[in-house]
Design a protein around this ligand. Structure first.
Ligand SMILES: Nc1nc2c(ncn2[C@@H]2O[C@H](COP(=O)(O)OP(=O)(O)OP(=O)(O)O)[C@@H](O)[C@H]2O)c(=O)[nH]1
Length: 400
């Protein structure tokens, strides 16, 4: 009995950076219910204000446990981020092949091990194939579909050697990748006029801030006027991290002091984007557990404020998912989708996982387009999702 038989049984189935920091009047305590939190703007002075922010972070009582985060975790983090590689002359195919190397190798090894076992195409063959596919994180449904379709595949019955068999399986995978994306709109939607507002959501550490930094870099290179809103006022390091990206990308940013109501940061950023004719506003939000009602309400509040200021906005709500978390990522996306109108997925850290097959499971189960994929830590490693390149990157070299 294979590892996954237990599941199978259920089968029916610009150079100057402008940093604007908002402070709540008097103190740093969170303002939770007041949508138009009174805010005092300080004159922009990048480095000084970043330090002030750090001071405020230190006001958090020693060892206090703030919604599961200790003081240590609240320490600002800074990180060397390379954006200098954007002009590298490498093709899309190169990006995908390099980024998916781990997945390709791992799947290749699994497939080879699988073929080493079988001499005949019998029921055991299909069961083991299902296990192999599930381990590659293509998802249970997709694994079943592939093996069912292969059962009826005349070419498979006629296959004379292992290479023929491999080819039929890989061809089937490619076919499914392509058909599951039919009609999928993985383009970004921009406002016909006025600022485009893009909200990023997702649980802690999935790569929201990094993705915004990378996208800001990309659009700035395309001469768009980009503004960032650091509405993650919960994790102190997040604001600093975004300021760091703003500096490197040469784009402007609106931030809030630690624990200020994130909605007030959003409010001010949207106003600024409108009044000063920005093309794109990226809103970073705090990582939240999808089952934390308060945090989900906070997200809803941010959306309400955006829509009140600009009725067509937000133009995109992108959920950022960490590919290394495998099937967990799908569960997260499902819960977010229930409480927010998510328009697309950014799948990060594909370079760090052997489970690139997760894209297939996500597309199959979520009915949400994957719009961007993170294939590495550099700014240029965030790529628009291209199914053909993805498939090539995953399976190249598996059939000779
Ligand atoms: N290898 C790799 N690392 C990535 C990628 N995207 C993000 N990361 C890394 O993932 C880590 C977490 O990223 P953040 O951007 O801080 O995540 P976040 O979602 O903003 O986190 P919170 O603010 O805690 O919610 C950082 O070390 C990033 O460099 C990727 O595509 N590939």
């Amino acid at each position: 009995m294979g590892l996954f038989d237990i599941f199978r049984k259920k089968k029916d189935t610009k150079t100057e950076v402008n940093v604007e920091i908002l402070y709540p009047q008097g103190e740093t305590a969170p303002i939770t219910d007041n949508e138009t939190a009174e805010i005092v703007k300080k004159a922009p002075n990048n480095i000084q204000q970043t330090n002030e922010l750090k001071d405020q972070v230190d006001l958090v009582p020693k060892n206090s446990d703030v919604e599961g985060q200790t003081k240590n975790e609240l320490k600002p983090e800074t990180k060397e981020i390379s954006v200098t590689d954007v002009s590298e002359d490498i093709t899309e195919t190169d990006h995908y092949e390099k980024g998916l190397e781990k997945s390709r190798q791992s799947f290749g090894e699994k497939l080879n091990a699988f073929f080493a076992k079988f001499r005949t195409v019998d029921e055991d063959f299909f069961e083991e194939l299902e296990d192999t596919l599930i381990q590659a994180d293509v998802g249970y449904q997709v694994a079943m579909r592939i093996s069912d379709e292969l059962r009826n595949e005349a070419k498979l019955q006629k296959a004379k050697n292992k290479n023929d068999l491999k080819r039929v399986i890989v061809d089937k995978l490619i076919e499914i990748y392509q058909s599951s994306g039919n009609g999928e709109d993985n383009t970004m939607h921009f406002a016909p006029e006025g600022p485009t507002i893009i909200l990023f959501v997702g649980v802690n550490g999935v790569g929201k801030t990094t993705t915004i930094g990378k996208l800001a870099n990309l659009y700035h290179q395309q001469d768009k006027k980009v503004l960032l809103a650091a509405a993650d006022t919960f994790r102190a390091g997040a604001t600093e991290q975004l300021i760091e990206w703003a500096n490197r990308d040469h784009v402007d940013i609106v931030t809030g002091a630690a624990r200020v109501d994130p909605a007030s940061v959003v409010f001010d950023a949207v106003k600024k984007a409108k009044n000063e004719n920005y093309d794109i506003l990226f809103v970073d939000t705090a990582g939240r557990l999808q089952n934390n009602v308060n945090l989900m309400q906070e997200l809803a509040k941010m959306k309400r404020i955006i829509t009140r200021e600009l009725p067509q906005a937000p133009h995109e709500v992108l959920i950022v998912l960490d590919a290394t978390t495998g099937q967990n990522a799908i569960q997260q996306a499902k819960l977010f989708k229930e409480s927010t109108d998510v328009t697309g997925i950014v799948l990060t850290k594909l370079d760090g996982t052997a489970k690139g097959g997760i894209v297939l499971a996500i597309r199959d189960e979520m009915h949400l387009p994957v719009k961007w994929v993170g294939l590495g830590e550099k700014a240029s490693d965030l790529r628009p999702f291209m199914p053909e390149e993805f498939v090539k990157g995953l399976y190249k070299g598996l059939i000779d």
